[in-house]
Design a protein around this ligand. Sequence first.
Ligand SMILES: Nc1nc2c(ncn2[C@@H]2O[C@H](COP(=O)(O)OP(=O)(O)OP(=O)(O)O)[C@@H](O)[C@H]2O)c(=O)[nH]1
Ligand SMILES: [Mg+2]
Length: 247
Amino acid sequence: MPSFWKVVKQVIEESDVLIEVLDARFPEETRNKEIEDKIKNRRKPLIYILNKSDLLKEKIKDIEIKLNPHIFVSAKDNLGTTKLRKLLLDITEARPLTVGVLGYPNTGKSSLINCLKQRRSALTSPTPGFTKGMQKIRISRHIYLIDTPGVFPYLEKDEGKHALINVKDYRKLQDPESIAIKILDNAYEKNPKIIEELYKVKPKEDSEKTLELIARKFNWLIKKGNPNLDLTSRKIIQDWQRGKLIL
Ligand SMILES: Nc1nc2c(ncn2[C@@H]2O[C@H](COP(=O)(O)OP(=O)(O)OP(=O)(O)O)[C@@H](O)[C@H]2O)c(=O)[nH]1
Ligand SMILES: [Mg+2]
């Protein structure tokens, strides 16, 4: 059994309640059903947190989420955390209460814990896969949270999906070009102005051309003045992953 599964199993055993941190922009894609099943089998309550809701374009009230219970949160703007504290205390009578925080890499598990604690205890980073081991953090007299390393479903190995839902570090991608092109295609379809505003080029329908234009605009070139498409693609994916391209 891979070591992260051991951590996940141990966290589920030790916790009275589990939180699954999802990215509010991709709730379905960032669900780890293997973990959800394990939690269900152990008959422990599970709360779905839709984090990074500050990056949503739509209004929260217009979004239909079928997962229950769920709370929209922004660990960045400290939104939704009072509701979460209250739900944690209502959902079980266990005191002290131990809460395991699980989810895909980079969804904001450590940030959420810091936000609940109201000061920095768990280290965070824009790089997916940052938290390595589990860490138990006291956030109030009765509540302990366990921070964990993010995990993908074991059999899921789709690099394109992982890049688009921000759970794989842009520096480690094997084929950044096809992913950057997908991002540009998507942006062109939804709102070409955003490409223009961010990269100061007039986007083309053919995103390969747009990629080249961006490379030239920023002088990201290789020998003989050819565009460095690998570098340009990684920069675009980085912008996407850091929430600069809100579509
Ligand atoms: N805009 C926005 N960014 C957030 C929010 N929460 C976290 N982030 C950012 O998302 C990135 C990942 O945050 P972490 O808290 O390190 O995520 P994690 O789930 O602990 O990641 P791993 O430890 O790698 O599994 C960081 O760059 C955070 O600043 C949020 O509510 N809004
Ligand atoms: Mg972390």
